[in-house]
Design a protein around this ligand. Sequence first.
Ligand SMILES: [Zn+2]
Length: 123
Amino acid sequence: MHELSIVSGIVESILDFVAKHQIRKVLDVRLTVGELTHLEAEQLRFCYTAMIEQTAIQGSTLEVEAVRAEVNCPHCSYQGPPKYWEEALAMAPVPTLQCPQCGKATEAIQGHECAIKSIKYVT
Ligand SMILES: [Zn+2]
């Protein structure tokens, strides 16, 4: 599972942070996750809860903030959300890296991120 390795890295850096700053209790952790990562918020939260058991940050919650994809087209200089692939079987429209204007390949300027935005804690 992709989510598992991502969350394990996140948990590791939070534990590091907690140890360095002598934090008593972590309340919640906010993540920003770009939609091009295809990470599922539910899965991330599930992995997080399972992984923090028996650690210094047990009991904290993970908040996932979705970041919409944004692309830049080198062919027609379009900038904005990419073309979405409407798949009948998919739960939600899937972002592609196709330009909605000219149909050529674009470069993502936003949507690949997966980072800790903030950590709420008590010292
Ligand atoms: Zn274009």
